[in-house]
Design a protein around this ligand. Structure first.
Ligand code: GLV
Length: 322
């Protein structure tokens, strides 16, 4: 009998093809997160689980999954998984680092450019039939070149954003838990203190993981330090920003604008105050959503599963099981 693997959404065939010869696969086919009550039933007897970042894999789920050997998160962030609990239960956890770096950095830059150059407003203006002539004063935006981008979290994705920023002629500063001198030299980025970054940057882009230390890292006090013209971009996790403080900062024009691929809560309800603000652009967590990247994410998740169900070290591990 093949080992049972549950996947909490239909993933790309690149992943399914890896698993099919070796596993008995069941999928959650609906295009919404699997309800917790159903997940609690589905994990009974499975050896491997491919989970989405929207699925909390907590003590309760793990307690129901007595045969579980491996959880492969479909993505790089794994704040949805209780890693300590998995490790205690000798369940391997894997993710998909590296493969989505460029796609996510591209999207951060797309948000930055869209806001700086008022692309959304421009498109709307044309669609509404208001474009009657060339105008020297129409939709004046912000330059990127010679401006400073502040990158919070200087891992793979933060560094990829830095490289893009350099290509646009920007000055790059970053704040991170540790200094990266080699990368600084390579890219021409400068490490600064967190508060200095907030005060100095014209554009701020968030690329830190969500941890107890980074939860609500950007709150009232941070907004007070930012420039009035600052544009904030978040492609990391919604909870890194204190949403109430962000709403106030945008409403009072304490900062110029925000571009969010991730929010807290996620998704945002239709009547959420952020969606009523002209200076806030929200897109639905699509940082890694390109054909090639998602195919690779699916494949890497599947490879983590295959190793885990065989009791082997994962190719892309998050925890270590002795
Ligand atoms: C997406 O947000 C990911 O963590 O891969």
């Amino acid at each position: 009998m093949k080992p049972k693997v549950y996947i909490t959404r239909r993933i790309q065939s690149e992943g399914l093809n890896v698993l099919e010869p070796f596993c008995d696969i069941e999928l959650w086919e609906e295009d919404r997160p699997i309800p917790k009550t159903i997940l609690l039933e589905k994990v009974k007897g499975i050896r491997g689980l491919i989970s989405m970042l929207s699925d909390p894999i907590d003590e309760e789920v793990i307690a129901n999954a007595k045969a579980l050997k491996v959880v492969a998160n479909f993505g790089v962030g794994y704040d949805n998984i209780d890693i300590a609990c998995c490790t205690r239960e000798k369940i391997r956890v894997g993710n998909t680092p590296g493969v989505l770096t460029d796609a996510t950095a591209d999207l951060a830059f797309a948000l930055l450019l869209t806001l700086a150059r008022r692309i959304e407003e421009g498109a709307q203006y044309v669609k509404e039939g208001r474009w009657l002539s060339y105008s020297p004063t129409l939709l004046i935006g912000k330059d990127l070149s010679e401006k400073t981008v502040g990158i919070i979290g200087f891992g793979r994705i933060g560094q990829a954003v830095a490289k893009r920023a350099k290509g646009f002629g920007m000055r790059v500063i970053y704040a991170n838990t540790s200094r990266k001198p080699e990368i600084e030299d390579q890219i021409g980025a400068q490490c600064v203190f967190f508060n200095e970054l907030l005060e100095d940057a014209d554009f701020i882009s968030l690329h830190c993981p969500l941890t107890p230390k980074t939860e609500r890292l950007i709150g009232e006090k941070s907004f007070e330090r930012m420039k009035k013209e600052a544009i904030l971009v978040n492609t990391a996790r919604g909870k890194v920003i204190d949403t109430e403080a962000l709403i106030r900062a945008l409403r009072t024009k304490r900062i110029a604008a925000a571009g969010l691929d991730v929010t807290d809560p996620e998704p945002l309800p239709q009547d959420h105050p952020l969606l009523k603000l002209d200076n806030c652009l929200v897109i639905p967590h699509i940082g890694s959503a390109t054909t090639r990247t998602r195919g690779r994410v699916a494949e890497m998740s599947a490879k983590n599963i295959l190793a885990g169900i065989n009791g082997e070290a994962l190719p892309y591990p998050v925890n270590m099981i002795g």
